[in-house]
Design a protein around this ligand. Structure first.
Ligand SMILES: [Ca+2]
Length: 391
């Protein structure tokens, strides 16, 4: 296997003959030996309303290795970047009286949702909306100012950058989109092919929680790099065990087919071998790799260790890493966990409020990429990690 080797002291492998005898090669623990990729989750979503042109532009400026749009469809079949088909979650649609009558209740992956759905709007209509922050504790001053990006616009931004940046798309709610009469996969393949991106070496990753979506793409003969996402509902802070509750218990296409397995089935050796038949990598929630556990008090409840009145991961310590990275690598699958964030309120206690500590832990564990809302911090941590190794 070709390894990405550099010699301590900054001597590259290509210049091996010119290196001194004291130089030693450092082998990174990733599947291909290259540094972990930093994947800008929904663009620079820690700073700006997610999945807008501005959020992707910021992530490109930050130097991300890939930018991640979720893919949903408009009524007129245009693929746009948005996490949820329900526009109420991430746009100012509720402030547009001209669309008031468009509000309705719809079944999304088994959950009845009230709101405005992208599949009821044309692209021209959606372009009149502004993106808003989906996190009340992040900056709100940009709400409504930036337009929703189309996937074509994101592709154009990558090409215009002239840089080696990958497009990391997720087919969102694929079964739902088929039910709405606007299936995603063929349109996505056509869009990518028109960009000249159709082969294995294209700067593209396609991820999905639904195996059926990835299998459909493979069945169409696509050799693009495909990534099986692996979710869970939460962590039981008493034990560190992952919990499973709908709709985060299993892929929706499994639920539809009566397949009773949970997402957890995907991380067993048999599950990984099955994924390898139709995908190239996995995108697990990071707690499948490093979970967290709180302190149980005399009352049998998880203690509010830092005394902030809330019981959450900031009161919990990380557990030893699982074997998932090694197991997946053994199966020939790369590993891209999600989602890494800067806010102290989201960090386990032993990172002591320093998001770089969490990144460095995962880099050392050999993850091949990671999704971050703050690509700039992930990149800074990577530079420090590589420097420590002599790069
Ligand atoms: Ca607390």
């Amino acid at each position: 296997m070709l390894r990405y080797l550099k010699m301590a002291g900054g001597c590259a492998v290509a210049a091996l003959s010119a290196c001194g005898a004291t130089d030693r090669p450092v082998e990174l623990p990733t599947l291909n030996g290259r540094p972990t990729m930093v994947l800008a989750h929904r663009g620079a979503s820690g700073y700006l309303p997610e999945e807008t042109v501005e959020a992707y532009a910021r992530a490109i400026e930050q130097g991300a290795d890939a930018i991640e749009p979720d893919v949903i469809s408009t009524k007129d079949g245009v693929l746009i970047a948005r996490h949820d088909p329900n526009l109420a979650f991430s746009t100012d649609v509720a402030q547009h009286p001209e669309f008031a009558a468009r509000k309705r209740t719809l079944n999304v992956d088994g959950e009845m949702q009230e709101g405005w759905f992208a599949s009821d709007f044309t692209l021209a209509e959606i372009k009149t909306l502004g993106g808003v922050s989906t996190d009340a504790e992040r900056p709100q001053e940009f709400n409504g100012r930036y337009k929703i990006a189309t996937i074509q616009e994101v592709i154009d931004m990558i090409k215009k950058s002239g840089r080696d940046i990958a497009l990391y798309v997720e087919t969102k709610n694929p079964t739902f989109h088929r039910q709405q009469g606007v299936p995603l996969e063929d349109r996505l393949l056509a869009l990518l092919a028109a960009a000249g991106w159709s082969g294995r070496d294209a700067p593209v990753f396609v991820q999905s929680f639904e195996p059926g979506s990835l299998k459909y793409l493979r069945g169409k003969g696509s050799t693009l790099k495909l990534v099986q996402l692996i979710d869970a509902d939460d962590v039981d802070l008493k034990t560190g065990a992952l919990t499973y509750a709908a709709p985060y218990d299993r892929p929706y296409d499994w639920a539809q087919a009566g397949d009773k397995r949970l997402f957890s089935a995907m991380v067993s050796p048999a599950g990984l071998a099955e994924i390898k038949t139709y995908a190239d990598g996995i995108g697990p929630w990071k707690r499948y790799i490093v979970s967290v556990k709180g302190t149980v008090g005399a009352d049998g409840k998880v203690a509010d260790v830092n005394g902030d009145g809330k019981v959450n991961e900031t009161d919990a310590a990380t557990l030893p890493a699982t074997t998932l990275v090694a197991d997946a690598h053994k199966a020939g699958l790369f590993v891209h966990p999600y989602t890494f964030r800067n806010e102290p309120r989201r960090l386990a206690a032993d990172y002591k409020g320093d998001p770089k500590a969490e990144y460095k832990q995962f880099y050392a564990l050999g993850v091949d990429g990671l999704f971050s809302d703050f690509a700039d911090t992930a990149l800074a941590a990577r530079a420090e990690y590589l420097k420590q190794l002599g790069y």
